[in-house]
Design a protein around this ligand. Structure first.
Ligand SMILES: C[S@@+](CC[C@H](N)C(=O)[O-])C[C@H]1O[C@@H](n2cnc3c(N)ncnc32)[C@H](O)[C@@H]1O
Length: 321
């Protein structure tokens, strides 16, 4: 990556509308002070609303994308030392936080920002011609070109099926391998269009959308980082502290649901034939039993919110379960 390309990705014009903001603010309504974590600070929209909502709240935000860190830092500057923004992955937050200070709240707004999708040279979208990149962190070594041009057919088919539920995973994987080298987003998008059955090309959405999503998830190991990060943060919440997660596809939501459920049920490690003696306890209660979706009004105003799934949990005190 040349410096000029990296610089051009750091634009202060960060157009991303925070999703399900009302639901998030309501979840934290009674938590008017203490330390919050924004694990995916992006353009700082959720963070700004949280900090504006109560003057005693402080916030540590991270993002693995340096451009987001710069934009969020500038946007939140007026909050002075109530806010810190770091360039880090969310599974590394524990290395940044002070061990002695429990958290009052945490937000994970998973996935990709509108800014990333709409910056052509980042290579996230089939809509713009660009080299195959898709790295959220421009200092990371794995990019989309390596995945597309060096993974074998089985690996590609697995990624497409597992990360995006792509029905035509095998056909697309075979076409990718046959067409190498593939240099650009437009070449990849065209190749996928030609690989899927004609009827699928007429369904409205671009047939390459799932392929792009699946490759992006693989490049950034998005699914692998969620569980360790959520567990670390739940562990650091004070009793009554709350965590909110927004996910944008079923693969992400499955992981969030499972981590929350295990924390709510307590994970007993005793053999199922014996009474429990391991002392496992619930560490959270679920704030909503079912996933919450954006309102029709929000989806109309911000169509990119349509796939959002909101889950929230509250930390219990020891012995409260
Ligand atoms: C949907 S956007 C967040 C938008 C933000 N809530 C706002 O209001 O502007 C997701 C952000 O999370 C970041 N991200 C994704 N996975 C991450 C990870 N594992 N660690 C840190 N940041 C991550 C992306 O770089 C992106 O900027």
């Amino acid at each position: 990556m040349t410096p000029s390309r990296e610089d051009s990705a750091i634009s202060m014009d960060f157009d991303h509308q925070p999703v399900m903001l009302q639901e998030i603010l309501e979840t934290f309504e009674l938590l008017e002070d203490g330390l919050f974590v924004d694990a995916t600070i992006g353009g700082g929209g959720h963070a700004e609303a949280l900090l504006s909502g109560a003057p005693q709240r402080e916030l540590v935000g991270v993002d693995r994308d340096e451009s987001a860190v710069q934009v969020a830092s500038a946007r939140l500057k007026r909050f002075g030392d109530r806010v810190q923004v770091h360039h880090a992955r969310f599974d590394e937050i524990s290395t940044i936080l002070d061990d002695d200070r429990p958290l009052t709240g945490a937000i994970f707004d998973l996935g990709v920002s509108s800014h990333q999708l709409d910056t052509p040279e980042r290579g996230f979208s089939h809509r713009f011609a660009s080299p195959l990149d898709m790295r959220m962190d421009l200092s990371a070594s794995l990019n989309a070109s390596t995945v597309v041009n060096s993974y074998d057919e089985d690996e590609l088919a697995y990624i497409l099926r597992h990360n995006s539920d792509e029905r035509f995973a095998r056909r697309i994987a075979r076409s990718i391998v046959a067409a190498r080298p593939i240099e650009s987003t437009t070449e990849l998008a065209e190749l996928v269009r030609n690989a899927v059955p004609a009827a699928t090309r007429r369904t409205g959405r671009h047939p390459a959308m799932r392929t792009f999503q699946a490759i992006r998830i693989a490049v950034n190991d998005e699914l692998g980082l969620i569980e360790p990060a959520l567990k670390q943060i739940i562990e650091r919440l004070r009793p009554g502290g709350r965590i909110v997660v927004l996910s944008y596809h079923s693969g992400e939501d499955r992981i969030v649901k499972q981590v929350f459920r295990e924390a709510a049920d307590g994970v007993c490690v005793c053999p199922s034939t014996l009474p429990c003696i391991c002392g496992s306890e619930s560490s959270v209660k679920l704030l909503r039993r079912k996933v919450v979706r954006p309102t029709p009004e929000e989806i109309e105003a911000n169509p990119r919110s349509a796939s959002a799934r909101f889950r929230a949990a509250e930390r219990l005190s020891v012995g409260e379960a």
